[in-house]
Ligand binder design. Structure first.
Ligand code: ZN
Length: 242
């Protein structure tokens, strides 16, 4: 493991091609914009992968060389093969890869598999205001942020969000329509870390926002693997005379 964090930015890459407004906001796809924000930092090395590539761009080799995987998905979660989803989960739990799950990827196969719950939520697309409150200002993912981030136009996600109790909830959102949502949730799964981050709808330019880019950069650094001891199982000789 080197000091450089190797990130793979994965995108379903369908909405940008099928929804004209999404294509206008993200002409080269959301993955290009997310990757651009991350690659501005010298300690982060970025590659991208999309659903329609062979093995969804997530071969054993790509994953073995990925420290943190970010995942945006929406309409084609069912097209992700069970084998690739299992490969991603194994790499998190057994290999320590970080996984950052973005917005509508709450229904993605790897996230649901790692959570073990429905991951369902309420939603409304009305272009309303969101105030993303930092409720754990001492958490590494909140580094450099103020008390809150305002997003003038977003899709609403509302509680209850059916996920296991997070190990840490870094952000809680308030929406103009009255709902609230746990927008930044952290879990440890085996050796790996998982971060769910809510903002990032396909027709709003949210991934260009400097504060959102800061959060994703912080999340990548937080989720990077730890150089811990190798895990060994099975029958072992005693370390002391017994
Ligand atoms: Zn959305």
């Amino acid at each position: 493991m080197s000091d450089t964090i190797r990130v793979t930015v994965w995108n379903e890459y369908r909405d940008e091609l099928r929804i004209p407004l999404s294509g206008e906001v993200y002409p080269d796809g959301m993955h290009a914009v997310i990757a651009d924000g991350l690659s501005a930092h010298a300690d982060i090395e970025v590659r991208t992968a999309t659903l329609d590539e062979p093995e969804h761009g997530l071969t054993e080799e790509v994953l073995a060389n990925t420290d943190v995987l970010t995942w945006w998905a929406h309409v084609a979660n069912g097209e992700v093969s069970d084998e690739v989803s299992r490969r991603v989960c194994d790499r998190v739990v057994l290999g320590g890869m970080g996984l950052i799950v973005l917005h509508s990827a709450h229904f993605s196969k790897p996230f649901k598999q790692l959570m073990g719950t429905s991951c369902n939520l309420k939603w409304r697309e009305a272009g309303e205001k969101e105030r993303l409150w930092v409720i754990e200002p001492g958490h590494p993912i909140a580094q450099g942020l103020g008390e809150y981030v305002e997003l003038p136009e977003t899709e609403m996600y509302g509680e209850r969000f059916d996920v296991p109790q997070p190990d840490a909830t870094v952000f809680t959102s308030w929406f103009a329509g009255g709902e609230v949502f746990r927008s930044g949730c952290c879990w440890q799964r085996g050796r790996g870390k998982v971060f769910y981050f809510r903002p990032g709808h396909e027709t709003y330019p949210i991934f260009y926002e400097p504060e959102i880019r800061q959060i994703l950069t912080n999340a990548v650094r937080w989720a990077a693997p730890v150089a811990g001891a190798e895990t060994r199982y099975g029958n072992v000789r005693p370390l002391e005379d017994i």
